[in-house]
Design a protein around this ligand. Structure first.
Ligand code: GLC
Length: 444
């Protein structure tokens, strides 16, 4: 659904819930928007049928879920009769696209989406704009301690909690075990193994990753950069730009060398799903992706590589003091500051953060739980054996710069790094231009 369509639908939902629009008008609008009859019926059921009996309807558009686990959990919650009914929409594939829709609505002070799925890079910006409700009272420190500290930190800004961590993410290296026998240690090792796989005719490509000009590229860049010992901003002084360094030059030079060699030329248009689909089709020896690709890749009805791949930590540069690093991703649930249903929304968030929902998401969709106990759960470990090896990944994972100015920071990184990958600028020029863009942004 296009953002404009979504907006019209959201407004209509709010009106019908408030008794300011008839069911008939709603159906006419929904049909005009191209919605199917079953979708319209379920929206109407949620809006009209139950609100009279003391049920509060709330809305949630999630980050994209290709596994269907969120829809299933929402359904279970709705059936549990807590007096809250969630009207759920699966969101777009791309974080940038979801942000655009949400930010447009928030700028218009719209409360039509009660619950906001928030990428880990958004809480600082959303908090600074007053777009989400503070959750400190609802989610006290004693509860927070049961969750991974990184995502909790990502939800905290100016000492308050602005969202609750639903799932975390960390970049992983996927490797075809029938093509390459051992996980490579360094990026050079991986590059060599990938080149051998393609030259020996075992796979069409050596390595798939995310090099389109969008948020995913920033994650991939930060990982290789950290693996070579570099950083974007000084970790101890966010006003100091450190990206124009020999480490960054080595990292970006390596990335540029993959384009059109171990990676297809078209890698500069690839996002997560492009990489996953091609890997699942058996095209590549290696892939960088998030954990969600594990369970989808092992679905033999859709994947040609089910049971034929493994995941490991990402490689690293190999120079003195270099170690592997993943970028921290992940999704949080925030309550829209303009929502009229704060308590009802929290009821649902509590359920999604609880042990049952966290276990189900991990076991069925291989998403990294934020709840610590899930990593020791035998049911989860039997379905997702790689979970037992991921603690070191969390310990060394690196965040993207935490700043209310992140939207400007990411735009600059995306443009300059993409220009180097598409050879519109040299590595040295791209890094020096990026350093000057970032210096302007952070010193404002
Ligand atoms: C994943 C991560 C998110 C990141 C995005 C980039 O969804 O969880 O943090 O921004 O990928 O494409």
């Amino acid at each position: 659904m296009l953002p404009e369509q979504r907006e019209v639908l959201d407004e209509s939902l709010v009106k019908i819930r408030a008794g300011r629009m008839t069911r008939r008008t709603f159906v006419e609008r929904a049909v005009a928007l191209g919605l199917g009859s079953s979708a319209i019926a379920s929206l109407l059921e949620a809006c009209g049928g139950s609100s009279g009996g003391g049920t509060t309807n709330i809305t949630w558009t999630s980050e994209h879920d290709g596994s269907g686990v969120y829809a299933k959990l929402v359904d279970q919650f709705n059936k549990s009769n807590k007096g809250v009914h969630v009207i759920y929409t699966n969101g777009p594939n791309e974080t940038d696209q979801l942000r655009q829709t949400i930010v447009t609505a928030l700028r218009a002070r719209s409360g039509s989406q009660d619950i906001l799925s928030m990428d880990i890079i958004w809480p600082a910006e959303f908090a600074a704009n007053g777009w989400t409700a503070k959750l400190d009272d609802k989610f006290p420190k004693s509860e927070q301690a049961k969750y991974l500290p990184g995502p909790i930190q990502g939800c905290t800004f100016n000492g308050s909690l602005w969202a609750a961590p639903l799932r975390t993410d960390a970049g992983l290296l996927y490797r075809r075990t029938d093509v390459v026998s051992a996980a490579p240690a360094t990026y050079d090792d991986m590059t060599n193994a990938a080149a051998q796989a393609t030259s020996g005719g075992k796979t069409k490509y050596g390595y798939l990753w995310q090099a389109a000009q969008y948020e995913g590229l920033v994650c991939d860049f930060i990982e290789v950069l950290a693996g070579y010992g570099g950083s974007v901003l000084d970790p101890n002084d966010a006003k100091k730009v450190t990206v124009n360094s020999p480490e960054a030059n080595a990292a970006l030079t390596k990335m540029v060398s993959w384009v059109g060699a171990i990676s297809p030329q078209a890698i500069t248009t690839f996002k997560e799903e492009d990489a996953r689909n091609s890997f699942q089709n058996g095209d590549s020896a290696f892939m960088r992706n998030w954990p969600y690709a594990y369970s989808l890749g092992n679905d033999a009805t859709k994947s040609k590589v089910a049971g034929k791949f493994d995941v490991s930590v990402l490689p690293y540069g190999g120079g003195a003091n270099t170690t592997p690093h993943s970028c921290i991703g992940g999704w949080q649930l925030g309550i829209n500051a303009f929502s009229k249903n704060v308590d009802a929304s929290w009821e649902f968030i509590k359920y999604m953060l609880g042990a049952d929902a966290q276990k189900t998401s991990a076991a069925e969709a291989s998403v990294f739980s934020t709840l610590l106990s899930v990593y020791d759960d035998p049911d989860v470990l039997s379905k997702q054996p790689f979970f037992k090896n991921v603690k070191p990944v969390f310990a060394t994972a690196v965040p993207r710069p935490v700043s209310p100015k992140y939207p400007d920071i990411t735009t600059a990184i995306q443009a300059r790094i993409h220009a180097a990958l598409t050879k519109q600028s040299s590595v040295a020029d791209a890094l020096s231009a990026l350093a000057s863009d970032l210096q302007n942004i952070v010193s404002k």
